[in-house]
Design a protein around this ligand. Structure first.
Ligand code: NAD
Length: 264
């Protein structure tokens, strides 16, 4: 066990199970002595998050559906009551109706668009509003994005638009909060088999494609995103804000299919 995060208190939002990116980051932070609180969406997931939180010594486990302002207020009120302050937040939350994570983006109806953008983009802003008030000694806000924000990925559709907006919000909030010593960053992760990823059409093909065509010729591991998350919420990244950091085995630099890759 290291001590990089000793004395730091942070909230992790978006653990659904032990394959969640939020959990990968939480484990890495806990292993460095960070103190953690967790929020979960709905009682069913709460039952899964509780034992995971306990395994890293956390007893602050709170419900929070991010579509509900009152629920976000209640979660931050509970954190303020318990801790009085906050050093970092990991926001690893995204959602779109999977009916629209296939076919053409063009066919996305208004309701599906608004809900995807609300949960996957606005919620980070709503969280930053509350969290920044508790970051009296500066802090770090971290969210998760995907290359589909920058390039067209088959099936990613409305999530690509939501992630593009999320990445822009990282830059605007980094500027808003910089004078308070609060940093705002995103990690753009390569594909990882999680619950959320199951909703994306042909996800197995996407995993294979990235494995064969990324410079490291493999997929990124949850622990590697965890390590990058640890860096972003720790003082090691104290000079970094407004950044979208790719943790994808280098796939984002590649312009064409690897000529030596096998057919999928
Ligand atoms: P996951 O299913 O483990 O986590 C997604 C989380 O979002 C769940 O815990 C879910 O409860 C939460 N969530 C959804 N709607 C919510 C709501 N209304 N209120 C509160 N929480 C809500 O999957 P994951 O892959 O770990 O996803 C975490 C983040 O990482 C997402 O933003 C996702 O887009 C992003 N991401 C994932 C990948 C990948 O390949 N898995 C790649 C890049 C980025």
């Amino acid at each position: 066990h290291g001590t990089l995060m000793k004395g730091k208190k942070g909230l992790v939002m978006g653990v659904a199970n032990d394959r969640s990116i939020a959990w990968g980051i939480a484990s890495a932070v806990a292993a460095q002595g960070g103190e953690l609180a967790f929020t979960y969406q709905g009682e069913a997931l709460g039952k899964r998050v509780q034992p995971l939180a306990e395994s890293v010594g956390s007893s602050l486990v709170l419900p929070c559906d991010v579509t509900d302002d009152a629920a976000i207020d209640a979660a931050f009120a509970a954190i303020e009551k318990e801790w009085g302050e906050l050093d970092f937040v990991v926001h690893a939350i995204g959602w779109a109706d999977k009916q629209f994570l296939r076919g053409r983006y063009l066919d996305t109806p208004r309701e599906a668009f608004l809900k995807a953008l609300d949960i996957s983009c606005y919620s980070f802003t709503a969280v930053a509003q509350r969290a920044s008030k508790l970051m009296k000694n500066g802090g770090s806000l971290l969210t998760l994005s995907y290359l589909g924000a920058e390039r067209v990925m088959p099936h990613y559709n409305v999530m690509g638009i939501a992630k593009a907006a999320l990445e822009a919000s990282v830059r605007y909030m980094a500027t808003d909060l910089g004078r308070d010593g609060i940093r705002v960053n995103a990690i753009s992760a390569g594909p990882i088999k999680t619950l959320a990823a199951n909703g994306i059409g042909d996800f197995r093909y996407i995993l294979k494609w990235n494995q064969y065509n990324s410079p490291l010729e493999r997929n990124v591991a949850l622990e590697e995103v965890g390590g990058a998350g640890l860096y972003m919420v720790s003082d090691l990244s104290s000079g970094v804000t407004g950044e979208v950091h790719h943790v994808d085995c280098g796939y984002h630099v590649v312009g064409m299919k690897n000529p030596t890759a096998p057919d999928i």
